[in-house]
Write a protein that binds this ligand. Structure first.
Ligand SMILES: Cc1cc2nc3c(=O)[nH]c(=O)nc-3n(C[C@H](O)[C@H](O)[C@H](O)COP(=O)(O)OP(=O)(O)OC[C@H]3O[C@@H](n4cnc5c(N)ncnc54)[C@H](O)[C@@H]3O)c2cc1C
Length: 387
């Protein structure tokens, strides 16, 4: 068992932390409040190679794995810059295209994802299906060599920043007549694709959208992979990277909040000469949250290591557990930090309450805590499927 990062991973962690500190949480908040995006940070991270760490070198990436990408997600979040699009574009979209796309799709899309000049977002959730992906109603049907895709998607992050969106749709398998899932790389300016921004109570420079697809016409090569058989494995390929990197983002956010609060409670004095942190009523909740964050980090490390070793099934269990643990730990850490900071915790200046919405959402998306518990009950505890 090895808990050490390699020297290269250590260097990456330090370098990403420096970049994050250069921008910091106030930059993240200013962009969110002004309705702008973190474009400068994204492009600089791309130029430095951090967005493509998990993309093979032949397509312009760093040739690393999800371990490296999780480090990038965690360290940026630990400096107050939790970028959800890292989970969507390099983790989900790049993994799916790399593992299940055609060679043309890899050549066309991966270099831009690696250097940050392109983003591809991911659309699976639907208003009438929610957590139940078996109910997906978006349909793709053949029209000559083309595809026509129609349906609705909800809460899709970053559509306004992306050149393409990976849309999950149902198709009919002509040999069996059964509906099977397929993924399509859809240009965000395709005729028939409309987006409508959702008003979310999350302070974030990244936005969510409702998507309407009305007979969006796509060429045959928009389908991910060589045939419809690629659909299901492609869909599953995105899940582990998604869970591991979103967990890393949660762990980083938890670290950020605890660090902010600890700095404050170690120096703030309101009872004579003693710091408020010397009172266990203040320090123990912070220490408890720090333990939860560290436990989540261990599970993230395990899940990423298993995934990069190609042990997908075990990584699935650890990745789900890591996502659950980190989601809970991040929410606990931010709430505890706000409490320890007192009134300062609710100010923009101290930059902790600004994360309350994001960490609350982290217990719902991209997979809810309940759906993870369903998964663990079934696959770890051997219970009958409950849904
Ligand atoms: C900030 C944010 C960003 C997002 N970005 C994206 C994105 O980029 N792309 C994308 O496709 N989607 C995205 N989503 C959608 C997200 O994945 C869904 O919100 C999530 O999967 C839950 O689906 P739902 O909201 O429809 O909840 P529902 O499925 O309606 O569930 C509501 C509640 O019931 C619980 N529940 C449902 N079924 C069960 C069950 N069988 N057992 C126990 N409990 C159950 C859920 O856990 C949840 O608490 C985003 C969501 C948010 C909030």
């Amino acid at each position: 068992m090895n808990f050490d990062l390699t020297p290269e991973q250590d260097q990456l962690r330090d370098a990403v932390r420096s970049l994050g500190r250069k921008y910091g949480h106030s930059y993240f908040v200013e962009k969110a409040k002004s309705g702008e995006h973190t474009t400068e940070l994204w492009h600089e991270a791309g130029r430095l190679g951090y967005l493509g760490v998990n993309i093979p070198t032949e397509y312009g990436g760093g040739g690393g794995g999800i371990t490296e990408l999780a480090l990038v997600c965690e360290e940026l979040a630990a400096t107050g810059c939790p970028l959800l699009l890292l989970v969507v574009s390099p983790a989900i979209a790049a993994t799916i295209i790399n593992k299940h796309g055609t060679e043309e799709q890899r050549k066309k899309h991966l270099p831009g994802l690696a250097d940050g000049s392109q983003k591809i977002v991911f659309a699976i959730t639907e208003p009438d299906a929610g957590s139940n992906f078996h109910r997906l109603g978006t349909v793709a049907r053949r029209d000559g060599d083309d595809w026509l895709v129609s349906g609705r998607k909800i809460y899709i992050s970053g559509v306004d920043e992306a050149g393409h969106v990976l849309v999950v749709a149902r198709t009919e398998d002509s040999s069996t007549g059964k509906l099977k899932p397929a993924l399509f790389i859809v240009p965000t300016d395709a005729p028939g694709l409309e987006k409508s921004k959702l008003d979310m109570e999350i302070l974030s420079p990244e936005n969510q959208f409702l998507l309407f697809l009305d007979d969006v016409r796509l060429p045959a090569d928009a389908l991910v992979g060589e045939s419809l058989d690629a659909g299901l494995p492609a869909l599953f390929a995105g899940l582990n990277p998604e869970r591991i990197t979103v967990a890393a983002m949660g762990a980083g956010t938890g670290r950020y909040a605890i660090e902010k609060a600890s700095d404050y409670t170690a120096t703030r004095k309101v009872w004579g000469g003693r710091s408020i942190g010397s009172h266990q009523g203040v320090s123990h909740p912070l220490a408890h949250a720090a333990v939860q964050v560290e436990l989540a980090r261990l599970m993230i490390h395990k899940a990423a290591t298993l995934y990069d070793a190609g042990r997908d099934l075990e990584a699935g269990i650890s990745g789900n557990m890591a996502k659950y643990a980190a989601g809970e730990a991040a929410a606990l850490a931010v709430d505890t930090a706000v409490q320890a900071l007192g009134g300062a915790g609710m100010t923009t200046e101290y930059g902790v309450a600004t994360l309350l919405g994001a960490v609350r959402a982290g217990r719902i998306a991209p997979v809810s805590r309940e759906m993870i518990l369903n998964f663990v009950a079934q696959h770890v505890l051997g219970q009958d499927k409950s849904y």
